[in-house]
Design a protein around this ligand. Structure first.
Ligand code: FES
Length: 173
């Protein structure tokens, strides 16, 4: 036997066997950790669904504000389904309430109330307030409209309105 084998008595067959065992043990530990992580995420998911920033996700009726908070000729911004679903509530000069998603149907900029119509500042698109139809500029489709109601001292969004098919005459007053 060479001198170095006496100094380092390694059995290669045993070493290989030991290596496989270690590898299997390593896989078991990694699998257990992965399973525990997935379980933790599944448990965490439920409380997050009720977190404040998503509290009104997918709900129907949503109270926006007090009745007196939006005077004739003014508007108010709000979110509906989630924080990305930006919408605008308008009380027209004759006291009617209208609500639309802010997303312009041209290229998706946010529309704003100019006191008479909803204006998209990106390409000077305009929508009439009665039903959200485009009346000027590049947009060709109406805004997404929401059903708005006044009840119990508040202004509520109670759902979505179907897309209108016939435009109304824009009030030129
Ligand atoms: S994105 Fe609104 S007019 Fe172009």
């Amino acid at each position: 036997m060479p001198h170095w084998k006496k100094a380092f008595p390694l059995d290669l067959a045993e070493e290989a066997h030991f290596g496989r065992r270690e590898f299997v043990r390593f896989l078991a530990v990694v699998s257990a950790g992965f399973t525990a992580g997935i379980g933790y995420l599944a448990i965490r998911k439920r409380p997050l669904e009720g977190a404040p920033d998503q509290a009104h996700k997918n709900l129907g009726p949503l109270r926006i504000c007090e009745t007196g908070d939006v005077s004739p000729g003014n508007s108010r911004l709000f979110t509906y389904r989630d924080e990305q679903d930006r919408c605008i509530l308008v009380r027209t000069t004759n006291g009617d309430l209208r609500a639309y998603r802010q997303t312009c149907t041209h290229l998706g900029c946010s529309v704003r109330w100019d006191g008479r119509r909803l204006e998209c500042p990106c390409h000077q698109g305009f929508f009439e307030i009665e039903r959200g139809f485009p009346v000027q500029g590049p947009p060709t489709r109406p805004l997404s409209a929401l059903r708005v109601e006044e009840k119990a001292g508040g202004i509520w969004i109670t759902g979505e309105l179907p897309k209108p098919t016939v435009a109304v005459e824009e009030n030129q007053s």
